[in-house]
Design a protein around this ligand. Structure first.
Ligand code: SF4
Length: 342
């Protein structure tokens, strides 16, 4: 794909000159034009994605050729961003409990074995699933704490999977005994397991999540695969080096691109460092927990992300998120008009 502006990034990072080049490129460009970055470190993609999100530009293509990575960015917001109704209709997140068998040091919602269970409950999940199907939700994500701590997680996931293709986020450590029986009862064609794994070897993963957790997560991944489930690996990372190393591991393991989620630590919840994120930085993804409807799954334990305490009717809570998004945009546009330096 040809671009209007080409920048050879080499090995530069945002902290070492790239940000300046991008600002200059933005000044020379008009919305809709294409900017291509070519670099030697594929790990830079995570920062480019974050930059696009913060600056409301759109990463439309990533390709690798002869060991170099090329990112194409369309300047200006994507069509999805212009149509929040479509984006909001596509994904629905459910926080089913909040308690967890682990207490990871960067958990964005402060889950741990000491966190009180705040259960959404099977009845509410069933109603949400019914109404979500009527609203055309395309994908449901179920997260905990650790959802497999719940006795009725089988029924919860089955209800969601009936409504839309569902992904359950899990640390993968509990697939034995009755929980394995529950796992075996779930629909393979409608359910993906997203299992956390932060590094190719135990050291880094265990340093954040606890001794022995890498080995148990890896066994969980193998178990879920052997039971016929699609497994997506999700890594939470702090540096470009970690990202690059993990990508090499995923390549060696032949993990499909669609089954990889690599994200930076968010400065939310228990994290003491990471990417600071406010509502304005995140496209809303309707997120429901027992206490109400939130802007985004990152920060679903923080008051600033609460949109409304009323979950039902779901159509109304979706509308509340859309209204909040419209207000946010209006505010940003207003500020941009006032804060004009020259
Ligand atoms: S990051 Fe996941 S596994 Fe770790 S404490 Fe939070 S919910 Fe539990």
């Amino acid at each position: 794909m040809n671009a209007n502006i080409e920048i050879d990034v080499g090995r530069r990072t945002f902290a070492a000159g790239l940000l300046t080049d991008l600002i200059v490129a933005l000044r020379r460009s008009r919305p809709g034009e294409l900017l291509a970055l070519t670099g030697d470190d594929a790990g830079l993609g995570v920062d480019i994605e974050a930059w696009c999100r913060f600056t409301r530009n759109t990463l439309i293509e990533t390709t690798i050729e002869a060991g170099r990575t090329r990112w194409i960015i369309r300047l200006g917001e994507s069509h999805d961003d212009e149509d929040p109704g479509r984006a909001l209709g596509s994904r629905l997140w459910l926080y089913t409990n909040f308690d967890c068998n682990l207490s990871c040091d960067y958990c964005c919602v402060r889950s741990s074995p000491r966190a009180p269970r705040r259960a959404l409950g099977l009845e509410q999940v069933q109603r949400i699933a019914r109404e979500a199907a009527e609203l055309g939700v395309a994908e449901i994500f179920v997260t905990g704490g650790e959802p497999f701590l719940l006795d009725d997680i089988g029924e919860i996931l089955s209800a969601c999977a009936l409504a839309a293709p569902t992904t359950v986020l899990t640390n993968g450590m509990l697939f034995s005994g009755p929980r394995l029986t529950t796992l075996r009862s779930l629909p393979r064609d409608r359910l993906t397991l997203q299992i956390s794994l932060d590094s190719p070897t135990p050291e880094l993963h265990d340093s954040h999540r606890g001794k022995g957790t890498w080995a148990r997560a890896w066994r969980g991944i193998q178990r879920a695969r052997s039971e016929g489930f699609r497994v997506r690996l999700a890594a939470t990372m702090s540096s470009d080096e970690e990202v690059a190393e993990f990508r090499r591991f995923l390549d060696a393991e032949r993990v499909d691109e669609r089954d990889r989620v690599i994200r930076r630590v968010a400065l939310r919840g228990a994290a003491t460092q990471g990417l600071a994120m406010a509502r304005a930085d995140l496209m809303p993804e309707v997120t429901i927990r027992s206490e109400g409807v939130y802007w985004h799954p990152v920060g679903a334990d923080d008051a600033d992300m609460l949109v409304t305490p009323d979950i039902f009717p779901l159509a109304e809570s979706f509308a509340a998120v859309k209204r909040a998004f419209a207000r946010e945009n209006q505010h940003r546009t207003g500020l941009a008009a006032i804060f004009n330096c020259a």
